[in-house]
Every structure is written in C-alpha cells, then in structure tokens.
Write a protein that binds this ligand. Sequence first.
Ligand code: SF4
Ligand code: SF4
Length: 289
Amino acid sequence: MAVEIAIISGKGGTGKTTIAAAFTAISHNLVTADCDVDAPDLHILLQPETKKTAEFQSSKVALINPETCTECGLCEEKCRFEAIHPPRVNAISCEGCGVCAYICPEKAIEMKPRTSGFLYESMTRFGPMSHAKLLPGEGNSGKLVTEVRRQAQELARSNDQDITLIDGSPGIGCPVIATVSGIKLGVIVTEPTLSGIHDMERVMTLLERFRVHTMVLVNKCDLNSENTQRIEQICAKNGVEFLGKIPFDSIMTESMVAAKTLPEFDPNHMITHSLKSMWDKITEFVSSE
Ligand code: SF4
Ligand code: SF4
C-alpha cells in the first residue's frame, strides 16, 4: 500500500493547495488525490485529463407512482421539508429521509438513488490523480473522500507509486476526518494570524487523536514574525515537527495566474528551493518509517 500524506490547514486560504501542487511537481513520482470534494481546486493548477468518470450515489429521492397514489395528502402533511406535493416531489428540497415512503398507505412511494457527485480518475503532467466533485446541496462528503482515497490507492498500486499525496479540505469536519484516518503523515499549512493559529491547533489535536505524525509549515511567515515564532513554540510544546516557513512573495500568485506550480514557473526561486528541502524532510520521514 502507498504511504498517504495529507496537506491540510484547518483554516481556508492558507495556501494549502498551492503547496500541495508544488510538492506534486517536485516529486514527479506519486499519485495525487484531491479530497476537498466540496470545493476542489487542485485541478486548476494540475489540469488533469479525465480518463474515467463514475457517478457517486449516496442519497435517495422520493418518487410517487401516480397510478397508485390516491392523493390522500398524508405524505405532504408529514414531510418536514415541504418537499412533497402529490403527485409531485420537489427533488431539490427532498432530503431522502424516507418518511413518506414509510407512511404511505398505498405503498405508492419509492426511494430512488440519486447522483450526489462524480468520482474522476485522471492523468496530470506529473502522474495519476484521483479527485471528485460533490454536487451542490449533497451530503456524505466523507464517503466521497473515502472513495477518492480508495481510488488513489488503486492507482498507486497499478502505477507502482509509493506515495499518495492528498490535498485535504479546510476545517476539522467530516471530510477532514475521512481524509486523515489511517494516514501516515499530516502536514499542516498555516499562516501567522490569530485565526490561522487557532485553526492549526484544532487540526493538530485532531491529528493527535488519530495518531497521525504531524508537521507544520508556515506560509507568508513574514506577515507577522511574532505569530510565526508563536507557532514554532506551539509546535515545540506539543512535540510537533516544524517543517519550515515560506515568506510572502507575489511569485506565488504569478505562478497561479499562469496555471503553473511554482517549481515549474521558477525552478530556481528561493521558495522553490525551500519547498524542495521540505519535501526531502517529508520523504526522509516516510522512508524511515
Ligand atoms: S401518502 Fe401515498 S397515497 Fe397519499 S398522497 Fe402521498 S403518495 Fe399518494
Ligand atoms: S423522503 Fe423525506 S424529505 Fe423527501 S419527500 Fe419524503 S418525507 Fe419529504
């Protein structure tokens, strides 16, 4: 099985995906998995060519059979979501709870599976990629994350790759829990702001609970040197490895505008060299395990 490394952040907007894309470009020898299924954006930088698309069905929607429905109105009365108006169902409002099908005296309602999203198997200029998209309003993001990881492991096996690099979602909710359970290493990308520190500590606790080895990287470290120092102290206090820091530099934005990873955009830039050293530390840890 390939070793799974997740890049997570706790807080959104810290540069997690940019860093994940840069590591993908540096390594050239891994499977990339975008587990931010609610708002995936790694594909913008990696521009994958989709090889396979599979429907992800995780919820159901009520369907009335007009031939057996007597329009007694019981289902409309009991539906808490005001989604059913016999003989019609508002598929957007229907939460798929199944109450209507359970109480219908004529057994005129069937619960039909519906498409909640899509799972993609793709190829980027750096190698295979597993990613997905949850449709608006759909739940079960954790289940779709699990599918992305499963597919990434299959791709790693068939392509003889040792590492799956995961771009996780922000926060500490269901998709993040599904991302970090059972992984080898979690790299937290944070920023030196109060919310960045707060959310880093929350995700640090989560990784500790799941017994995941943790490293911390501070992006835009020069925006507040005191806070960067505080992050280093928090890491030391909690026995978490401080991976390194990256200063703010408009080249990050310039590379994104060019739809390139930083190592492609400027292979000799100081930040590219920093990221290479950090990736070396990551792979050293992985191979020492
Ligand atoms: S409860 Fe059944 S029979 Fe009554 S209106 Fe609803 S679908 Fe029709
Ligand atoms: S499945 Fe639940 S939400 Fe959907 S129409 Fe029936 S009672 Fe309403």
